[in-house]
Structure formats: C-alpha cells, structure tokens
Design a protein around this ligand. Sequence first.
Ligand code: GDP
Ligand code: GDP
Length: 435
Amino acid sequence: MGNIVAIVGRPNVGKSTLYNRLVGERDAITDDFSGVTRDRKYGFCEWNGKRFTVVDTGGFVHGSDDVFESAIRQQVRIALEEAAVVIFMVDAQTGITDLDDSMAKLLRRSTKPVYLVVNKVDNHRRLLEANEFYSMGFENVFFVASINGTGTGDLLDEVVEHIENMEELETPLPRFAIVGRPNVGKSSLTNALLEEDRNIVTPIAGTTRDPTHSHYNKYGKEFILIDTAGIRKKTKVEEDLEFYSVMRAIRAVENSDVCLLVIDAKDGLESQDQNIIRLAQKRHKGLVILVNKWDLVQNKETNTPRDYELAIRNKIAPFNDVPILFISVLEKQRIFQAIEAAMEVHENRSRRIKTSELNDTFLPIIEQTPPPSVKGRYPKFKYVTQLPTPYPSFAFFVNNPNWVRDSYVQFLENKLRETYNFTGVPIEVYMRSKT
Ligand code: GDP
Ligand code: GDP
C-alpha cells in the first residue's frame, strides 16, 4: 500500500505545475540526479485530513527518441510498483501523442488506481476538445488547469480516497524501516538481523502483506522490519536505480514508526540523506542514524566518533536530538545496540504524559522564564496538554497565540526534550487560544 501519489506523464504536460500546487515550493524536496532526467521532486501533502507524499517523476529532457521512450516506460513501471495512486497527466493543448499512447498501454494494465488528468483545460473550448481523451479508455478522467488550480480540488478529493493515514493504523509491533543511499550496507544489515529468518512475511494486522516486511522476534526484541533492499537486481541503469531507491525509501518511511538511516562512514551525510531526514521529520517518524563501515575509517584517533557525530548534528540541526551510532555490519559491531536504540526511540515516540504532570512542570518553568512581549503585549499561559496524536504533540493554551514568538515555542520544545526523553522523535508544539 504505502502513501505515495506519483505524477507521471511526458515532459511539459504540467506535472511540476500540479506538484507545486499540491506541495508548495517551500516544502519541495528536490533530488537532483545527474544524467538525462530532470530533477525529481517529492514532498508532503495534506488533503481532507489525509497525509501522503507526492512524487513528481520529472520527465526526460534529452536523449534520442529510443532512449527517451524506454526511459519513460521504465519510469511508469516504477511508479506503478511503488505508488498507491498514479496521476497520469496529459495535455489538452497538444492532444494525444504517441508517447501518451504508449504510456497509457502500460497504465491501463495496472490494478492500481490510475487517474487520467487532462491538464491545460483553461477554457470552455478546450474542455470540448479535451473529450478526445476519453478514447484512451480510462475510467477516472479529470479535466484540470494546474496553472490556476481549476479542478484540482475535485481530483484530490477522489485521489485521497485511496490513502490511509498509516500512522493511525493500529499496529501491535513497532515498524522499523532501514533506509539510505545505495551501497551503504542496508541489505547487509537486513541480512545480519534476519539471518535464516529472511523472507518470512507475517500476516500481522497493520503490516502490509509486502515482501519487504519481515517479522523479527529474537533476543527479547520483536518488531517489523521494513527493508528497501533488493533494488539492484531489477535494473542495470544507474538512473533507474536512484529512482527506485528514492521511491522505496519514501514508501518505507511512510510505512514505518522509526527510520534507521544508514550512511557510509567514508561518505558522511549527503544531501539525499538530509532529504530523508526532512521527510521523516515532516511525517513525525522516529529517527536513528547508523554510521556504517566504521571498520574502514583509518586513524580513529583523528577521526573520533565524537567529532564525526558533532559534524552530523550540526548538519541536521535543529532536529538533532537523535541517536547516532557507529556500526560495522561486516564485523558485526554494535548491530544489536542499533536495534536497542530504535526500540528506545519507538518508546519515546509513544510516550504519553499526564496533563497534571505537564502543568506541574511547565507552569513554573514559564513563570521562571516568562515569554518576551510582542509589541508590548504579554502572552499569558493557562495550561498545557498532550494531544492524542500517534506522535508526541503538545498544545499550550494561551490568551493570544499571536503574542508568542517562535523563539519561545522553540524554548518550550527544548524544555520538553530536557524534561522528558524524546530523543529521536520529532515533536510538535502548538499555541492554542484560550481566554
Ligand atoms: P512538466 O514538464 O510536465 O513538469 O510540465 P511543467 O509543469 O513544467 O509545465 C510545462 C508548461 O506548461 C509550463 O510552461 C507551464 O506554465 C504550462 N502549464 C502548466 N499547467 C498549465 C495549465 O493548466 N494551463 C496552461 N495554459 N499552461 C499550463
Ligand atoms: P545496500 O545497497 O545499501 O543494500 O548495500 P549492501 O548491503 O549491498 O552493501 C554494499 C557493500 O558494502 C557490500 O560490498 C558490503 O559487503 C559492504 N559493506 C556493508 N557493510 C559493511 C561494513 O560494515 N564494513 C565494510 N567494510 N563493508 C561493508
């Protein structure tokens, strides 16, 4: 299942215009892969209370027609495999092209929901012309103008019917996802953990019946492991490999409670890793960073874990209250500690604090370090309570939320983190009005 909505289509039909409308420039995460593809973007969208990730599959810009077509077909295949819903975009201005037809052939075979979205229907005349697209044989057809948003709301209303809020599913076991760039050691880690138990797929409620979900139950620890391994066998093309790995990573993050982000000690934290961290943070997933291949780091006196760790923390600030472990899958070093760290983060994410306890702690803190004034007005805090979300979120009730500065919200978050253990967990702190 997973909560990915993929937008596919040939170049210039308006995919990224729709994407920007859904996600907004501010929250766009761009993976700029080198090569013939344009940037692929993915970001977070919320509609009718459903939360999901939108992927703009980009489109190919250069290359001979042959390369171009086979590459786009491959892109469609990957999107079909990984996404929950596919938006297939075509262009009313140009009409149906051969490439549209060949993509349609692949998409019609899919058992997943595919929405044919005819874009650039800017006026009534276009709408009449756009009727030709019904001949493509899709059940779900929408006419939109992404440039001004006409019709996109109706489209989304239907699309989100296929989305489940994963974080609200009842799951008896914690779900850990192993994510990271290719070659950092994800498969090795998965294999080391699962050993002979590999490929045991469990019918436990709340886990998808998915070959990437395994049930781990050893040494007193029990959880669902979601791995993104096994990507390489499917493709020889570097570009596709990267696309696969990004799609898989997003899906794994979506399905998880805690992400174990594996990085290669020699390469450090790269921009794609930071994208994953941002995604995990936005989706309120727990996070553990595993610096693998520590065995390869020569001269551990000058490259101390402490300095290395500090460099990572600086890079991922402000969300840097995160466990960072130095492991070697090859030498089986600290693998079990990695699991323990993930377990602890999961516990932290599930932490619930009584309202009375919160108030006993926080009203004195606020009294001791009162909020600064905004234009001469002083906010007055009444009480604080934890909200019933699947991740930690807190509401501070105050006479006027607009009088509370961002810096003071950050101060309150820091105090929450100092007082209770929320290591590895993104938390939300809201100001709510109470007179
Ligand atoms: P992509 O290559 O599929 O991502 O396409 P873009 O989003 O970059 O859009 C290609 C061009 O189509 C841009 O010049 C957009 O401004 C234009 N465009 C996108 N949506 C609409 C629309 O609804 N109406 C019109 N007239 N132009 C649009
Ligand atoms: P994936 O693409 O992230 O799944 O990475 P793999 O698990 O396939 O590992 C990529 C390469 O790194 C393989 O050659 C592994 O043997 C090697 N590798 C994995 N973990 C370690 C480690 O801790 N130390 C060293 N030296 N090599 C490792």
